[in-house]
Design a binder for this molecule. Structure first.
Ligand SMILES: Nc1ncnc2c1ncn2[C@@H]1O[C@H](COP(=O)(O)OP(=O)(O)OP(=O)(O)O)[C@@H](O)[C@H]1O
Length: 279
């Protein structure tokens, strides 16, 4: 929940000064239509002999209106990559740009604001508040930001995930798949009025769901990309979920270990098996 409220674990408190390289990268994200760009990102947890290099110089872009799955063996750095790309963790070195904005020089307050207005999050365990209805859950981030949602805003967000008739229900009265769809509606609304998030990050969005519910959630994410040009970056272990993405990025030991274009679940599973064998 701390993630939703925007309290990031800060790894390197000193902001990297903005220099000509950052300006060049910023121009590049705008001219190449990259929603998110990671440039030589390195993340180290801890110090001394017990230090772990979770990301080791990763350079990667996520194009606007594309759907990317990030896969790799356990401990390969997938969550770290997602957290860095979303401005929740700061890299020890390298740069992260969202829509051309270099996150390095931003204060914690500016970073929190950027996350609130331009980034959506969806988590494996939904992170809904049990005591609130679906409508109240969707409206919550706006209320936390001090903004009263417009009369149709919450209903429209729920309609986009096919749950406009379930707005008065609490999470306990909804199935796992419906809860995740409420979480997706909430992620679409947490920003300046009228604009969707620059990027929607999903961390194992189908991890707690059965096959049928997973399929509904993945079809929904795919439709957001196809019909609304939404950019989606998703970490998953599930080849069937990754088969909905335009691109599958593979990580191993904190480094890029290859990528696949749109592929079937069988092809993705075979590639993952090879990668896990090699690690
Ligand atoms: N807070 C932390 N402190 C120390 N080491 C960490 C921390 N978070 C992650 N790591 C280490 O960094 C590496 C990458 O972790 P990360 O969680 O990004 O991997 P992952 O690919 O998402 O793994 P999984 O699939 O198991 O969730 C691992 O070796 C992990 O043990």
């Amino acid at each position: 929940m701390s993630v939703v409220l925007g309290i990031p674990p800060v790894l390197a408190p000193a902001p990297v000064p903005r220099g000509p390289a950052a300006d060049w990268l910023s121009d590049m994200t705008q001219t190449t239509g990259q929603a998110v760009l990671l440039d030589a990102v390195r993340v180290v947890y801890g110090t001394g002999p017990s230090a772990v290099t979770a990301l080791d110089g990763v350079t990667l872009g996520f194009g606007q209106g594309t759907f990317t799955a990030v896969m790799g063996p356990s401990g390969s750095g997938k969550s770290t990559l997602l957290h860095c790309a979303a401005g929740l963790d700061r890299p020890a070195s390298g740069a992260v740009l969202i829509g051309g904005t270099d996150l390095g020089p931003l204060s914690e307050k500016a970073l929190t604001l950027l996350r609130r207005e331009r980034i959506g999050f969806v988590f494996q365990d939904y992170n809904l508040v049990d005591a609130l209805t679906a409508e109240e859950n969707v409206a919550l981030p706006l209320r936390l930001a001090g903004r009263r949602p417009g009369p149709d805003e919450v209903r429209d967000a729920l309609a986009r995930v096919g749950l406009d008739r379930r707005g008065g229900h609490r999470p306990a009265e909804l199935s796992g798949g419906e809860r995740q769809r409420v979480a997706i509606a909430r992620s679409l609304i947490t920003r300046a009025r009228g604009t969707g998030p620059a990027v929607l990050f999903a961390d194992e969005p189908t991890g707690a769901l059965d096959r049928a519910a997973s399929r509904v959630v993945m079809e929904l994410l795919r439709a957001l990309v196809d019909a609304h040009g939404q950019t989606v970056v998703m970490v998953t272990h599930d080849p069937a979920a990754a088969a909905y993405a335009d691109r599958v990025v593979l990580l191993a030991d904190g480094r890029l270990a290859g990528e696949l274009g749109r592929s079937s679940a069988t092809e993705i599973a075979a590639r993952m098996a090879l990668l896990e064998e090699a690690c």
